[in-house]
Design a protein around this ligand. Structure first.
Ligand code: GLV
Ligand code: MN
Ligand code: MN
Length: 424
């Protein structure tokens, strides 16, 4: 594909005050008291309020705003001065998500969406006319924390998951995606899969410690590691905690704990970059003097190397078999998400690196540890990502923080990359 690093008007910069103001206003919706973070799980009232605010900003900017059947919102900027031929070209798209985990920070996802708005507003104000439209999207339910899998909206957008199946997905609270979408007014008419963009680039906080530890300003993201999410249900024998001899126990809590320690030991043995997390454990009935009847837990395994990830999955399956046998419990599993590692387009990665360097930033080519909408868009068009440093590598936590300087640098890089991809 044709890219040019020199087409952003020399010296044109985004408005940092405006970017920060929008980030703050959005984070006020679902604000977690006493912190700078937010809680806007997908398709909740708080998500709806966040969506409404961003749609208002998109509309004020004069974007053509559409909502599709999974609630993805796309705003397309077609400058008036564009020729009719240019106006019909597939856009260069940016974007991310505005849903959060229950205990989210203010930058995860939001930076990519509001950064995209900021790029368009900067160009429009400066009278720059790119050679094709630019679009900014926010994709539904990127986090997958309420309704697995993660990246659901972008997965549907690229045709990787059918709309009907997505609508039927049951959440951790028993609700369904389709019902919740309709309830918040975001079951839109635009078709899925959506229009294939000319190219896609997403700016996102790193959410890990790599850039800060290396004192590097901008990450040029080359790949995203593979993701494997499994829900494990253990059914045992509920009984009296005082009277049941240990030899007669079939204890789901014990098995859940064994699985948790197994995951840590296995991951340590497999070594970097394998990671593994037990993020959710529920016991039933969860009482002090009752051997539980059942336990439900989730295991999140990730690796940039798919072979090692498969080995980790197989070892986990072996562990479950052994535990079911030795403790006399039933164990069933359900795959909540499974995505292979993704390699981004080397030319777009080069463009990110070159653009950031031209802005005076130090750069590092690196993989992403977190899942992102860009990994789904990479299925259909040339794609890459821009990372900004995360303070102490903390994310999925209200304490998530990125310095203003780096937020601005990331969005200025986005500006240069989008203009470069579009030509001007
Ligand atoms: C989603 O953002 C994830 O990486 O868990
Ligand atoms: Mn994110
Ligand atoms: Mn996230």
């Amino acid at each position: 594909m044709e890219t040019s690093p020199s087409t952003a008007p020399e010296g044109l910069e985004i408005n940092g005050d405006r970017l920060l103001r929008r980030l703050t206003e959005l984070s006020d919706i679902g604000a977690i008291e006493g912190t700078t973070g937010s809680s806007r799980l997908a398709f909740t009232d708080a998500d709806q309020a966040g969506r409404d605010l961003v749609v208002t900003w998109m509309t004020e900017l004069g974007l053509d705003v559409t909502v599709d059947g999974i609630g993805n919102v796309v705003g397309v900027w077609v400058p008036e001065a564009m020729t009719p031929e240019q106006a019909t070209l597939p856009p260069v798209m940016t974007g991310s998500h505005i849903d959060t985990v229950r205990t989210g920070g203010r930058y995860d996802g939001n930076l990519g969406v509001l950064g995209g708005l900021e790029v368009i507003e900067t160009l429009a104000t400066a009278g720059v006319v790119p050679q094709r439209p630019l679009a900014v999207a926010f994709f539904s339910n990127e986090e997958g924390a309420r309704f697995p899998p993660d990246m659901m909206g972008s997965l549907v957008y690229v045709g990787g998951l059918g709309l009907e199946q997505a609508h039927q997905t049951e959440g951790i609270d028993g609700s369904k995606v389709g019902d919740e979408l309709a309830r918040i007014g975001y079951l839109g008419p635009s078709p899925c899969p959506g229009q294939v963009p000319h190219a896609f680039v997403e700016v996102h906080i790193e959410q890990g410690p790599v850039l800060e530890e290396a004192s590097v300003d901008i990450g040029a993201v080359e790949s995203v590691q593979g993701i494997s999410w499994t829900e494990i249900t253990i059914t045992g024998q509920s009984n009296h905690a005082g009277t049941t001899p240990m030899r007669l126990r079939h204890d789901p809590a014990f098995v859940a704990a064994e699985i948790t320690t197994f995951v840590r030991r296995m991951v340590t043995e497999l070594g970097h970059p394998q990671v593994g997390t037990v993020g959710m454990i529920e016991l039933h009935p969860n009482l002090v003097n009752v051997v539980p009847a059942s336990a439900k837990l989730t295991v999140d395994l990730r690796n940039t190397n798919n072979d090692v990830l498969i080995e980790a999955e197989e070892r986990l399956a072996g562990c479950l078999e052994r535990l079911a046998e030795s403790e006399g419990v039933e164990i069933s599993t359900r795959t909540l998400a499974r995505f292979d590692p993704v390699i981004f387009d080397p030319e777009v990665v080069d463009l990110v690196e070159l653009t950031a360097k031209r802005l005076g930033a130090s750069t590092l080519r690196m993989p992403s540890g977190a899942g992102h909408d860009a990994q789904m868009l990479a299925r259909v068009c040339p794609t890459a990502m821009i990372f900004t440093p995360s303070h102490k590598g903390i994310s999925h936590n209200p304490a998530e923080h990125t310095d203003r300087h780096h937020l601005e640098l990331g969005v200025n890089t986005l500006l240069g990359v989008m203009v470069g991809l579009a030509g001007s």
